[in-house]
Design a protein around this ligand. Sequence first.
Ligand SMILES: Cc1cc2nc3c(=O)[nH]c(=O)nc-3n(C[C@H](O)[C@H](O)[C@H](O)COP(=O)(O)O)c2cc1C
Length: 188
Amino acid sequence: MMKICILSGNPKKEGLCQSVIDAAKLGVSEGGAEVDEIRLCDLELIRCKVCGNGWGPCRSENYCNYGADGFDEVKARIQMSDAIILASPVYWGEPSEAFKCFIDRLRRCEFNQTEVLRNKQVLLIASAGGTGNGLISCLEQMDRFCRHTSAIIFDYIGVNRWNSDYKRLAVKSAAHALASGRKNDDTV
Ligand SMILES: Cc1cc2nc3c(=O)[nH]c(=O)nc-3n(C[C@H](O)[C@H](O)[C@H](O)COP(=O)(O)O)c2cc1C
């Protein structure tokens, strides 16, 4: 069975962002895949310590000196997944701090030899629950992370308070398509 990991930057258990993540989960399970939701805000992951003069063993040996804080486990869960959904609320026009902290560290470990996300399809979801501003810049940061890790971007979905009814449907459908095995080169 295909496995899809949702890497979530949402600290809340309900609200707009979680409703969108729940729609993604439904799409994945209806598409016949298993879902693994990783709630980064519930973990105590430290920030990158910027070892040495800017690089630690992340550069040469693809691991983080501080991986025992839970980082290694999350990395392994992503690696074991066939496709990934990145989902975060928009804070200051960016993904949440917990989300940024994690991707800061992961892309370093993937610098030399991308293996965790290489050639995996990734669906990007940003939820802007305030003014609605900052969706593009948030998705852009996720996009850059995917490029640094050699992932394949499946789609970009920006959700706000006045489009959430139809965007939730889009999220569910996109997750369903991903779970059903749709590839980026397919024509529908
Ligand atoms: C620190 C902080 C910064 C935020 N910055 C933005 C922002 O730049 N743009 C926006 O539309 N909403 C912003 N919001 C609102 C969140 O995007 C909103 O809470 C998120 O979409 C999740 O909605 P939910 O709280 O109903 O789950 C911010 C919220 C917080 C806590």
